[in-house]
Design a protein around this ligand. Structure first.
Ligand SMILES: [Zn+2]
Length: 240
């Protein structure tokens, strides 16, 4: 057993009971506990930690906590540039259907279905290196989930703003390239082949259409598209 002093900064304080916020507190850690174990035992998932300092020096989360250590723990910045090459892909838990649709709308491959299990989420995180999005902090404590994001907001639009900012998604968004329902790529389709399915006003005013190869849904740049573009532009401007 080692007792160390912990101080959590920024958004990480939200995971703590009120009396532990804004100050350092002593915490007795299990024998041979790593920083990951200790930080998670006070309620903060390891995926939320960007930096830990022990006695003023940077430490990895596998470091063993020793008696008398002073530990400072910092979150990821609220906004950041894309941190790695390629486009991030996500898996969203069963409660985040609205967020999953918004991410698909921006062109980010996001696995989600209403009955997705924790086991499936963990498997997708491990095998496909997907970023796990959830409001279940116990799930994010799993060792096999290397990249994850705890979603603080409750409403889908606010959740999208949070995820776009945290993972630097504005620069690599490709709106309306994925089916919102199936999460598969949309392909151009000739207007003549779908004409009978279009509302007359759309048929009269639009020339370019895309279709989902799986479910057959047809998409075009309508009012929904304009609203989404406007929302994206607000994100780009740094507005909320
Ligand atoms: Zn589809």
């Amino acid at each position: 057993m080692a007792t160390a002093r912990f101080r959590f900064h920024g958004v990480l304080e939200r995971f703590l009971p009120r009396e532990r916020r804004g100050r350092a507190f002593a915490h007795a850690c299990a024998r041979a506990a790593t920083l990951k174990n200790a930080i998670e035992s006070v309620g903060v998932p390891h995926t939320e930690v960007a930096l830990a300092l022990v006695n003023g020096e940077r430490a990895t989360l596998s470091r063993i906590v020793r008696e008398g250590d002073a530990v400072e723990v910092y979150p990821w910045p609220a906004r950041r540039a894309p941190h790695e090459p390629g486009r991030p892909e996500f898996v969203a838990d069963a409660h985040l259907g609205g967020l999953a649709r918004f991410l698909r709308m921006l062109g980010f491959d996001t696995v989600h279905h209403a009955h997705i299990s924790d086991e499936e989420i963990r498997r997708l995180a491990r095998r496909e290196r997907r970023i796990v999005l959830t409001r279940d902090r116990e799930l994010l404590k799993c060792r096999e989930i290397v990249r994850g994001g705890y979603v603080h907001a409750r409403k889908p639009e606010a959740q999208l703003r949070e995820v776009v900012a945290r993972f630097g998604l504005v620069a690599c968004a490709r709106p309306f390239t994925l089916c919102l329902v199936c999460n598969v790529a949309l392909r151009p389709v000739a207007k003549a082949s779908i004409l009978e399915r279009l509302p007359p006003a759309v048929a009269a005013s639009r020339e370019h259409f895309v279709r989902c190869a799986r479910c057959g849904r047809v998409y075009w740049e309508g009012s929904h598209y304009a609203r989404m573009r406007a929302a994206l532009d607000r994100l780009t401007d740094g507005g909320t």
